[in-house]
Write a protein of this length. Structure first.
Length: 325
């Protein structure tokens, strides 16, 4: 077994590296890594329904779809991610307790009474500190999880805050849980870097690892190409979402206006609204909206084309955002 040295804080690169390692490296491995702020959604989730789209767009927080299923997690400063990729026996590859046990043991060792609860969570006193997911490829399993050590929980909460009923779909929906930072359970808190180093040392001893592996320039070239072709694309991160209905409402010229979109593969397939509640310049809105991506850039272009907003605008006015997202 080897321990992999990550080379980038870029969430798109890190998820691409996981996929590359799963498909191309024969060794069993463990990897500890960190990413810049990102909302990471499960493979079968509706991206729009899982994030506060206005908040993540404004704050330039990445939204990335991962290879595995399960629910939404948040990456960023103060959060540590762990990955195991191992061979196993067909039919017995999915085993959340097996891969979280060494992490639980380490947390218990440093005085944090963590335990495995539910389908895939690590919790302390009922508060979630880690979300986990798995993906099978041939006779190998990819298990990855998060560890909230000293994360900004306000940013996390705002990034995944959603309005109930705004998106109607049949995709996998996250179960929102109250979260906490690991550091808050330590009798004598220490730094994030010390925590990361401690877990790394513990896992190397637990699995008797003596060899580390760092991606070569050639490997990274392939990983970066995979990120470009898949993880950085709108089609994967948003267009892969299951079909959904969006219900938007906002005050337009003093009237409460409702827009209903039917969205398929991330593109607006149908538009419903009451024309009597819209100003004259909005009347051709339906023609312009049909077929475009349900995203900020495309809708802003439509609003400019229709003369609803000035062509110099770089973003949709905040008062209109609830009508479209």
């Amino acid at each position: 077994m080897i321990i992999v040295q990550p080379v980038s804080p870029n969430p798109y690169i890190n998820l691409a590296l996981e996929e590359y390692l799963l498909h191309n490296l024969d060794d069993d491995l463990v990897m500890l890594w960190q990413s810049e702020p990102a909302v990471v959604i499960g493979k079968h989730q509706n991206a729009m329904a899982e994030v506060n789209y206005r908040y993540v767009t404004k704050n330039k927080i990445a939204v990335v779809r991962r290879l595995s299923g399960g629910g939404t997690v948040f990456h960023g400063p103060g959060n540590l991610n762990f990955t195991f990729i191992m061979r196993g026996i067909q039919g017995k590859l999915i085993d959340f307790k097996k891969y979280t046990q060494p992490v639980i043991d380490f947390l218990n060792k440093i005085g944090v009474p963590a335990s495995f609860e539910g389908k895939n969570d690590l919790r302390v006193n009922g508060l979630k500190i880690s979300g986990n997911a798995e993906h099978i490829y041939k006779n190998r399993v990819l298990h990855h999880g998060t560890l909230l050590y000293d994360a900004d929980l306000d940013v996390l909460g705002e990034a995944i805050r959603v309005v109930p009923g705004k998106y109607v779909h049949k995709g996998v929906q996250s179960v929102r849980s109250q979260v906490a930072n690991i550091v808050s359970f330590l009798h004598e808190p220490f730094s994030y870097d010390v925590f990361c180093a401690g877990l790394r040392t513990y896992l190397m001893e637990y699995f008797d690892i003596s060899q580390s592996w760092e991606p070569t320039a050639q490997v990274m070239k392939k990983v970066e190409q995979l990120a470009k072709d898949k993880y950085l694309t709108w089609n994967w991160n948003f267009g892969y979402s299951p079909d959904y209905t969006f219900n938007g409402r906002a005050l337009v010229s003093g009237q409460m206006t409702i827009l209903i979109f039917g969205v398929s593969k991330g593109h607006i397939a149908s538009v419903e609204f009451d024309p009597e509640l819209l100003p004259s310049e909005w009347q051709n809105l339906e023609d312009h909206l049909n077929g475009i991506r349900h995203c900020h850039e495309d809708i802003l272009d439509v609003l400019k084309l229709s003369g609803i907003v000035n062509s110099r605008y770089r973003k949709i006015p905040s008062g209109l955002m609830p009508l479209f997202f």
